[in-house]
Design a protein around this ligand. Structure first.
Ligand code: ADP
Ligand code: ADP
Length: 226
């Protein structure tokens, strides 16, 4: 559970390019925020700064009032789900899901219990011994979500998680992601190009343009104005 606050957060890349001048964003505990905007507007940059994969050039990032600016990804209690799943190909589904817990020194019992619980929620119970290449695209995406879920992170970050799936599966997974997020109550920041996906998922949308938050509001506020 977490409240995530960006105060005047900016990013200038080492080559001098200012991707994000200064953005303010207050994400409430349990809120589902979707970032939309044209290619190159800074969506990934923003997500990667929150994840700790990219340094922050100015301003501050707070998670539950703790300043995160210089903390490494491993010190942040945040889980990221990528478009290409980023599963370990040589490991079983169980081991992929258990990876983060093992790294944190969880006991065997705890790992068994948490992986089983998440697998049940995601319909992966019968697939735990398989390798990623023996799974469909939708199943792989579920494993990636399972891996993010098992350690009950303070926040989920999704970077276009469904863009490699076919249209039917995209709709199905979008519903599942929303249900899971509601069930777990985990604060979520979600990047997509898909406007329908954005409207159905978001509590609030942030429309980025050239690194500026051009509009922030609920789907109704942003899309259904006369
Ligand atoms: P989006 O995710 O919205 O497509 P990005 O956050 O990937 O946008 O990129 C925002 C801008 O920053 C783009 O103009 C991109 O070319 C630039 N950019 C991204 N990464 C780097 C980098 N490592 N060095 C310099 N410029 C970068
Ligand atoms: P995607 O479209 O999947 O978001 P990007 O085009 O944003 O991919 O970038 C992929 C990688 O290349 C990222 O690590 C990003 O930081 C880097 N990158 C993007 N634009 C630039 C750039 N103008 N200069 C240097 N690196 C860049």
């Amino acid at each position: 559970m977490a409240e995530v606050i960006l105060n005047q957060v900016g990013k200038t890349y080492p080559n001098g390019y200012q991707a994000i001048p200064a953005i303010d964003l207050h994400i409430a505990d349990g809120e589902f925020i979707v970032l939309v905007g044209p290619s190159g507007c800074g969506k990934s940059t923003l997500l990667r700064m929150v994840a700790g994969l990219e340094s922050i050039s100015s301003g501050e990032l707070l998670i539950n009032n703790q300043r995160m600016n210089e903390k490494e990804p491993a010190e942040r209690d945040i889980a990221m789900v990528f478009q290409n799943y980023a599963l370990y190909p040589h490991m079983t589904v169980f081991d992929n899901m258990a990876y983060g817990l093992r790294n944190r020194g969880a006991s065997k019992d705890e790992i068994q219990r948490k992986v089983s619980d998440s697998a049940r929620l995601l319909g992966l119970t019968d697939l735990l011994e398989r390798k990623p290449k023996q799974l469909s695209g939708g199943q792989r995406q579920r494993v990636a979500m399972g891996r993010a879920m098992v350690r009950h992170p303070q926040a989920f970050l999704f970077d276009e998680p469904l863009s490699n799936l076919d249209a039917k599966l995209r709709v199905q997974m979008r519903v599942e992601i929303r249900q899971l997020q509601r069930q777990l109550g985990t604060t979520t920041l979600y990047v997509t190009h898909d406007q329908v996906e954005a409207m159905t998922l978001a509590d609030r949308l942030v429309v980025l343009n050239k690194g500026h938050a051009e509009q922030i509001g609920s789907p109704l506020e942003l899309y259904e104005r006369p």
